[in-house]
Write a protein that binds this ligand. Structure first.
Ligand code: ATP
Ligand code: MG
Length: 177
């Protein structure tokens, strides 16, 4: 029998095809999935270029593109807090109740397990290419980034001028050269 509700957390900077695959796989195991957008308050940095709202837009469009039933997931922005020991309570405060967590991050695993919530490591799909770091690297180098992410996410990145943003964020001031 399927578990009632699970939680999957990713920063999704940006949403890529690995995220879609793990969401599709996890939805085979749980009735409903809470998708937490991690570090939701962060934006305009090299490793976190997009705002929480932009990432909600990317994920909403991508899940629609892949025909994932909207009654089966909740997208919740999760801001970081500086106190790791209180983080599980912070996440629980912001999300619908869940009985299992899916995360490959060892700190996330440790914190939930200490909070008596089982955490499992989902398998990775084509990780050499389907990785946020790789997508951002390719955007920066004008390499093929479009094939790593859903078409609808390409559209969002174009709409918000994401390529220019990432390339500009990486430029040094003349005084730093
Ligand atoms: P970054 O390189 O910016 O850290 P990322 O690709 O690791 O990006 P995150 O936004 O950090 O993605 O989200 C991490 C979570 O997303 C992982 O814990 C894992 O569950 C899932 N995930 C990321 N990439 C893949 C992949 N290729 N296949 C399956 N799941 C993935
Ligand atoms: Mg990561």
């Amino acid at each position: 029998m399927k578990e009632k509700r699970g939680l999957l957390i990713g920063r999704m900077q940006p949403v890529h095809k690995g995220h879609i695959s793990v969401i599709q796989e996890t939805l085979k195991e749980v009735e409903e999935l809470i998708i937490g957008i991690g570090s939701a308050e962060k934006s305009h940095t090299e490793s976190n270029p997009f705002t929480g709202g932009e990432r909600i837009l990317m994920l909403t469009k991508a899940l629609r593109e892949y025909d994932i039933d909207p009654s089966r997931y909740y997208i919740i922005p999760l801001e970081d807090i500086s106190c790791n020991s209180l983080w599980v309570g912070h996440v629980k405060m912001l999300t619908p109740p869940f009985c299992k967590v899916y995360s490959g991050n060892s700190l996330v695993q440790q914190l939930f397990e200490e909070g008596e919530i089982p955490c499992i490591q989902p398998s990775l799909f084509n990780r050499t290419e389907y990785s946020g770091t790789e997508v951002r690297r390719r955007i920066l180098n004008d390499d093929d980034w479009q094939s790593l992410i859903p078409e609808s996410v390409v559209k969002v990145i174009n709409e918000i001028k994401g390529v220019q943003r990432i390339q500009k964020l990486n430029k040094k001031e003349i005084s730093e050269l």
